[in-house]
Design a protein around this ligand. Structure first.
Ligand code: ADP
Ligand code: MG
Length: 289
């Protein structure tokens, strides 16, 4: 039978924006010593804006905006929402495919369009043109995210996208530290953007540039070292890592995939309820013992 204290803790959690899926979640939460945070959409708002468009080759800017904006309109990644804004009128996308943490492809107006991280775009186009590589390096050194895009087997543009750190992130990360937890930022984004976000919120351990499988490996490695690990994430790319952690925590407003893989779902926006969850679990388990 489930101890009354856990039922009470679960009910209290729901009032405070911490939705707990089962009695084990509070027990796991009490024991964790390491908390791994996804970057995009978790520590940051995931509400991105396109800050620069660098043309590669001679495609017309209007075509770049129309084809890439239309393709990204079919994706639910936070980056995609910004890129969809490149155009007001979205053409339909046929054969849309998204490769989590890598990029997207689809047919727009008869063109085979792609957009994603540099390695993904290089695979689509056969190689990454020198001008594109230079643009990516410049954008990443500035702490933004570069999306390399094009169509019909050629890279045509590099887009710089910038995100904003959530209002409550720095304060929450400070509170997690005071609870005695090690905090790590884990992201599929580039090292420059990762370090800029980490610096803004006071995180000194950063693991960047990892694919979704790599996120799983990092969580598994920490657990193998004897840590008890909570992972907080929002994306399809986080789902497997959330399921691998001792405690998976899905962001409010995140994807269904992240929610289904998690033990706790946060209501509302921001990571502040993570602190509530840890405190609540400690109080609840103290009552039981
Ligand atoms: P995070 O781990 O910070 O949430 P992701 O793993 O979701 O980041 O994304 C990693 C990288 O994959 C992005 O920085 C981007 O380069 C690429 N990417 C993923 N989805 C898309 C998309 N819809 N359009 C363009 N690029 C994408
Ligand atoms: Mg994310």
């Amino acid at each position: 039978a489930t101890p009354i204290a856990i039922l009470v803790g679960t009910g209290r959690g729901a009032q405070l924006g911490v939705l707990i899926t089962g009695p084990e979640a509070l027990e796991s939460a009490e024991r964790i010593d390491t908390i791994v945070l996804d970057k995009t959409g978790t520590v940051t708002e995931g509400r991105m804006t396109v800050v620069a468009v660098t043309r590669v080759g001679d495609a017309a800017t209007a075509d770049i905006q129309h084809l890439i904006g239309s393709l990204e309109h079919a994706s639910e990644h936070p980056l995609a929402r910004a890129l969809a804004g490149l155009t007001a009128e979205h053409a339909p996308v046929a054969d849309f495919a998204g490769l989590a943490g890598r990029g997207v492809t689809g047919t727009v107006d008869g063109h085979a369009v792609f957009a994603g991280r540099a390695a993904f775009a290089a695979a689509q186009a056969g190689a990454l043109p020198e001008a594109a590589r230079a643009a990516v390096d410049r954008i990443e050194a500035d702490g933004a995210t570069a999306v390399v895009a094009g169509w019909d087997g050629r890279v045509r543009a590099v887009l710089a996208v910038a995100d904003t750190v959530r209002d409550d992130s720095a304060e929450t990360i400070g509170a997690l530290r005071r609870l005695g937890l090690d905090v790590i930022l884990l992201t599929g984004d580039n090292a420059g953007a990762a370090r800029a976000a980490a610096h803004a919120v006071g995180i000194d351990r950063v693991i960047a540039g990892v694919l979704p499988e790599g996120k799983v490996d990092e969580i598994a490695r920490l657990r193998a070292e004897g840590h008890r690990v909570a992972m907080v994430g929002d994306g399809v790319n986080d789902a497997a890592a959330l399921a691998t952690a001792d405690l998976g925590i899905a962001m409010g407003g995140g994807t269904d995939a992240a929610m289904h893989a998690s033990d706790i779902a946060l209501a509302g926006h921001g990571i502040a309820p993570v602190v509530t969850a840890i405190r609540l679990s400690r109080r609840t388990m103290r009552v039981i013992r």
